[in-house]
Structures are given as C-alpha cells and as structure tokens.
Design a protein around this ligand. Sequence first.
Ligand SMILES: [Zn+2]
Length: 339
Amino acid sequence: MTVTSELQDFIAGLPKAELHLHIEGTLEPELKFALAQRNGIELEHSSAEEVRASYDFDSLASFLTVYYDSMRVLVTADDFYDLATAYLTKAASQNVRYAEIFFDPQAHTSRGVPFATVVGGLRRALVDARRDLGIHAELIMCFLRDFTAEHAMSTLMESLPYRDWILGVGLDSDERGNPPAKFAAVFARARQEGYLLTMHCDIDQEGTHEHIRQVIEDIRVDRIDHGSNAFERPELVAAIQERGLGLTCCPISNGWVVDGVKETEIVGLLEQGVKVTINSDDPAYFGGYVAENYERLAEVAGLGREQLARLARNSFDIAWLSGRERERYLAELDAYAGA
Ligand SMILES: [Zn+2]
C-alpha cells in the first residue's frame, strides 16, 4: 500500500521543520564521486549505482562502518559547502522552512581536517541558502559517543570561538557501552557556555530505558533524538510530558537499523500528546528525505492530514526558534492545513 498522490502532494507542501538530520548523512553517491575526483581520492566502487547497492545495513554498527568511510571525500571548506547546499536545496523543495543540522566535527578533525574548515564551509552554505532559497538553518554540533569524554571536552573548547554559529550540542554514533552519563561533565559545561542540549537515544539499544531516564533527569536535555522506546515505560512518557520535551523520530532510518518503522511507538506517543516529530536522519543512506519519511509513516500507520499537520506543528513547537519566527511558521502551517 502506498499513500495517494493527493496525500503525497499535501505532505510535500506542508510547511515543516527538520530537526534530526546529520549533514554527513546527506552525502549522495553522485556528490561523493564528484568530491573524490576533485580531491584525488580513490573510491572502492566505480559508479554511484554500485555505491547504492552496497548500502545494505542491518544494524547501527554496520551502517556506521560505511558512513564513516565515505567521509574521506570531505576535505575542504568547499566540500562542506557543497554538501550542505545540496541538502538545503532538496529540503527547500519539500517546503522545509527551518532546519537544525547536526554535524560531527570529530569525524573530520580526527582525519586531520581542521574544525574551522568544517564549520566555515557549513556556515557559508547556511548563509547563502537563507538568501537564495529562503530556508533558515542552524547548526548543532554532535559529539561521537564512542570517543572519550576528554575528546568531546576538547572539541567543545575548540568550538567556543564559533559559539554564535552553533545553536546547541548533541550526542550520536554507537550507543552500545556509551551511555549518556559518560558525557555528563561535557554537557554541563556546554550548558554553561550557552548551548542547548540534545542527545540520541537510539532505538532498541541495550539499556535504552535507563539511557532515556539519564538524558531527562541527569543531563536535563532540551530535546531527545529518537527516544521512542519511552513509549514502553509510562513513567518516562510522564517525565517527557512534564518537561515538555520533544522527540525527533526518523521512521525510514528505523526500518534500516532495527526491525520496522516503529509506527506503534511514534503514533502512540503522538496520540498521548508527546511532541514527536518526523525527520530523515541520514537520507542519502536510507533513501528518503523528510517528505518521504512523512509518507512512510502515513503509509504504515494509515495517517491522514490532521495527524500529519500535527506532526509538522510539533516540529515548529519544539524547534529552537525565537518566538516571532515560530509564530510566522505556525501561521503558514495554519493557512495551509487549516487551523
Ligand atoms: Zn541520528
């Protein structure tokens, strides 16, 4: 079963915010080849089709292996600029009005690419896209949780000269054996420096309920990435609601790294009034940008316009936006979908 073309059009035009998107995960095979050529880097595959065929993940770990290897082609500020510009062009075409974009500085600085190169190229793309495409985007710096807390802290210090260009910090990569508590001091310091806080609680991870508890009670995050396993524990749902925390869910990505889209959890939380949102995570690897993620969820859960508009409304409600800008987008949404 697929959604009707009428619902597809409705989704495409729905004003929305994207809040869970790894810029490195938007590297399409065609751009990967172009950047490899520009930088004189040999690739294992000989065509974009071959690269796509190799994307056959069945777990978070198997995905991450391919993911980090691809980043070798990102070397200069222009490479990061082109990467972000390609994403923002695609997002604007799906009426993403506002995006908060994750980037992983350690995945680049650990290969010898300077922090300034990464953030400089990305920032230039964001500024140009706001002028040329009318899409507003901001950056969230993620720490790699399989690296040490010391490495995260030194990366935090390295980011401070660019504080005005970075809205908040997050935590991603392999969760196994790397609980939120490992980074408590780093996130406490990040808060002191004025950053907003979010953390990944990936789906069906070992210890996931305890990890969700830690991000809420110990780290005191401003948002949770994924985190839909909270659905299984009423006390976690209550804590999320009490603090008004949003969840950034990624249906298509769930289908790759675990068994299924997790529509029961996502829609179940939505119906309980939790601010869940729909996002694309790593669209070049999982084969779907944000509109396709709304479509997939609508398809498997049988959602209609009202629920889809509610998901889009949540995305503006929990975005790290100024009140005025939020009101402007919500008015657009009301005009489109009916208040
Ligand atoms: Zn993610």
